[in-house]
Design a binder for this molecule. Structure first.
Ligand SMILES: [Fe+2]
Ligand SMILES: [Fe+2]
Length: 167
Protein backbone atom coordinates (compact mmCIF):
# COMPACT_ATOMS: atom_id res chain seq x y z
CA UNK A 1 0.00 0.00 0.00
CA UNK A 2 1.48 3.40 -0.98
CA UNK A 3 1.72 6.27 1.54
CA UNK A 4 -1.12 8.27 0.02
CA UNK A 5 -3.43 5.29 -0.02
CA UNK A 6 -2.57 4.61 3.62
CA UNK A 7 -3.25 8.24 4.67
CA UNK A 8 -6.48 8.68 2.74
CA UNK A 9 -7.85 5.26 3.69
CA UNK A 10 -7.15 6.11 7.33
CA UNK A 11 -8.92 9.44 6.80
CA UNK A 12 -11.95 7.52 5.46
CA UNK A 13 -11.93 5.35 8.59
CA UNK A 14 -11.72 8.40 10.86
CA UNK A 15 -14.51 10.18 8.98
CA UNK A 16 -16.62 7.04 9.27
CA UNK A 17 -15.98 6.94 13.03
CA UNK A 18 -17.01 10.61 13.40
CA UNK A 19 -20.14 9.94 11.36
CA UNK A 20 -21.06 6.97 13.55
CA UNK A 21 -20.61 9.20 16.60
CA UNK A 22 -22.83 11.79 14.92
CA UNK A 23 -25.57 9.16 14.48
CA UNK A 24 -25.26 8.30 18.19
CA UNK A 25 -25.30 11.98 19.23
CA UNK A 26 -28.38 12.52 17.08
CA UNK A 27 -30.37 9.88 18.93
CA UNK A 28 -29.21 10.79 22.46
CA UNK A 29 -32.24 12.46 24.05
CA UNK A 30 -30.57 13.69 27.21
CA UNK A 31 -27.94 16.02 25.72
CA UNK A 32 -27.98 17.76 22.33
CA UNK A 33 -24.78 19.83 22.47
CA UNK A 34 -22.44 17.05 21.21
CA UNK A 35 -24.35 16.85 17.93
CA UNK A 36 -23.25 20.34 16.88
CA UNK A 37 -19.66 19.72 17.97
CA UNK A 38 -19.42 16.37 16.17
CA UNK A 39 -21.00 17.86 13.06
CA UNK A 40 -18.46 20.71 12.96
CA UNK A 41 -15.60 18.20 13.21
CA UNK A 42 -17.06 16.02 10.50
CA UNK A 43 -17.76 18.87 8.08
CA UNK A 44 -14.30 20.42 8.44
CA UNK A 45 -12.51 17.09 7.95
CA UNK A 46 -14.68 15.95 5.03
CA UNK A 47 -14.42 19.21 3.06
CA UNK A 48 -10.61 19.22 3.32
CA UNK A 49 -10.50 15.52 2.39
CA UNK A 50 -12.46 16.16 -0.81
CA UNK A 51 -10.42 19.29 -1.56
CA UNK A 52 -7.20 17.22 -1.40
CA UNK A 53 -8.65 14.60 -3.73
CA UNK A 54 -9.96 17.13 -6.26
CA UNK A 55 -6.89 19.35 -6.34
CA UNK A 56 -4.06 16.81 -6.15
CA UNK A 57 -5.25 13.25 -6.72
CA UNK A 58 -7.99 13.14 -9.34
CA UNK A 59 -5.97 15.15 -11.90
CA UNK A 60 -3.34 12.38 -11.82
CA UNK A 61 -5.78 9.84 -13.25
CA UNK A 62 -8.04 12.16 -15.24
CA UNK A 63 -6.53 11.12 -18.59
CA UNK A 64 -6.40 7.38 -17.93
CA UNK A 65 -9.68 7.01 -15.97
CA UNK A 66 -11.85 9.86 -17.26
CA UNK A 67 -15.19 8.15 -16.60
CA UNK A 68 -14.34 7.19 -13.05
CA UNK A 69 -13.01 10.68 -12.26
CA UNK A 70 -16.15 12.30 -13.67
CA UNK A 71 -18.32 10.00 -11.52
CA UNK A 72 -16.30 10.78 -8.39
CA UNK A 73 -16.50 14.54 -9.03
CA UNK A 74 -20.28 14.28 -9.47
CA UNK A 75 -20.50 12.31 -6.21
CA UNK A 76 -18.51 15.07 -4.48
CA UNK A 77 -21.12 17.56 -5.71
CA UNK A 78 -23.90 15.37 -4.29
CA UNK A 79 -22.00 14.86 -1.01
CA UNK A 80 -21.49 18.63 -0.61
CA UNK A 81 -25.20 19.16 -1.28
CA UNK A 82 -26.21 16.63 1.40
CA UNK A 83 -23.66 18.05 3.85
CA UNK A 84 -24.96 21.57 3.26
CA UNK A 85 -28.60 20.50 3.76
CA UNK A 86 -27.82 18.46 6.87
CA UNK A 87 -25.69 21.29 8.31
CA UNK A 88 -28.60 23.71 7.96
CA UNK A 89 -30.99 21.15 9.49
CA UNK A 90 -28.68 20.65 12.48
CA UNK A 91 -28.34 24.41 12.91
CA UNK A 92 -32.13 24.71 12.86
CA UNK A 93 -32.46 21.77 15.30
CA UNK A 94 -34.42 19.84 12.71
CA UNK A 95 -31.97 17.11 11.63
CA UNK A 96 -33.63 13.87 10.64
CA UNK A 97 -32.18 10.39 10.97
CA UNK A 98 -32.93 9.40 7.33
CA UNK A 99 -30.81 12.34 6.10
CA UNK A 100 -27.87 11.12 8.21
CA UNK A 101 -28.38 7.56 7.00
CA UNK A 102 -28.41 8.75 3.36
CA UNK A 103 -25.09 10.55 3.85
CA UNK A 104 -23.57 7.52 5.59
CA UNK A 105 -24.52 5.27 2.67
CA UNK A 106 -23.34 7.67 -0.03
CA UNK A 107 -19.99 8.22 1.69
CA UNK A 108 -19.51 4.52 2.34
CA UNK A 109 -20.08 3.54 -1.31
CA UNK A 110 -17.94 6.46 -2.53
CA UNK A 111 -15.06 5.60 -0.20
CA UNK A 112 -15.08 1.93 -1.18
CA UNK A 113 -14.58 2.78 -4.85
CA UNK A 114 -11.87 5.32 -4.06
CA UNK A 115 -10.02 2.83 -1.86
CA UNK A 116 -9.99 0.20 -4.58
CA UNK A 117 -9.54 2.24 -7.76
CA UNK A 118 -8.25 5.76 -7.19
CA UNK A 119 -5.89 5.64 -4.25
CA UNK A 120 -3.91 2.71 -5.56
CA UNK A 121 -3.15 4.26 -8.96
CA UNK A 122 -3.05 7.98 -8.14
CA UNK A 123 -1.08 7.31 -4.96
CA UNK A 124 1.66 5.65 -6.96
CA UNK A 125 1.76 8.56 -9.41
CA UNK A 126 1.86 11.33 -6.78
CA UNK A 127 5.19 13.15 -6.54
CA UNK A 128 6.73 14.02 -3.17
CA UNK A 129 5.51 17.60 -3.61
CA UNK A 130 1.94 16.47 -4.22
CA UNK A 131 2.09 14.03 -1.32
CA UNK A 132 3.15 16.90 0.96
CA UNK A 133 0.28 19.06 -0.33
CA UNK A 134 -2.22 16.27 0.32
CA UNK A 135 -0.86 15.78 3.82
CA UNK A 136 -0.98 19.54 4.48
CA UNK A 137 -4.60 19.75 3.31
CA UNK A 138 -5.62 16.85 5.56
CA UNK A 139 -3.79 18.54 8.46
CA UNK A 140 -5.69 21.75 7.73
CA UNK A 141 -8.88 19.72 8.08
CA UNK A 142 -7.76 18.47 11.49
CA UNK A 143 -6.91 22.03 12.55
CA UNK A 144 -10.26 23.39 11.37
CA UNK A 145 -12.05 20.52 13.11
CA UNK A 146 -10.30 21.42 16.36
CA UNK A 147 -11.19 25.11 15.99
CA UNK A 148 -14.78 24.22 15.11
CA UNK A 149 -15.03 21.95 18.15
CA UNK A 150 -13.80 24.73 20.43
CA UNK A 151 -16.26 27.15 18.83
CA UNK A 152 -19.13 24.70 19.24
CA UNK A 153 -18.15 24.08 22.88
CA UNK A 154 -18.25 27.81 23.61
CA UNK A 155 -21.70 28.05 22.01
CA UNK A 156 -22.97 24.80 23.54
CA UNK A 157 -24.72 26.19 26.64
CA UNK A 158 -26.89 28.43 24.45
CA UNK A 159 -27.86 25.54 22.18
CA UNK A 160 -28.21 22.81 24.80
CA UNK A 161 -31.58 21.06 24.79
CA UNK A 162 -32.54 22.67 21.51
CA UNK A 163 -31.33 20.04 19.02
CA UNK A 164 -33.71 17.24 18.26
CA UNK A 165 -33.43 14.66 15.52
CA UNK A 166 -36.76 13.64 14.10
CA UNK A 167 -37.08 10.08 12.94
FE1 LIG B 1 -13.91 11.50 -2.54
FE1 LIG C 1 -12.04 9.96 -0.20
Amino acid sequence: MNDIKTRLTRDHQELDAILRRLAEDATAPECDAPLQSTWCQFEARLLCHMEAEENYLLPLIEASHAGEVERLRLEHVRIRQLVSELGVAIELHAARQPAIDALVKLLHDHAQREDVIVYEIAGQRASAVLQNRITSTLRAGLQRALQATIGAAIGAPRRASEHRVRT
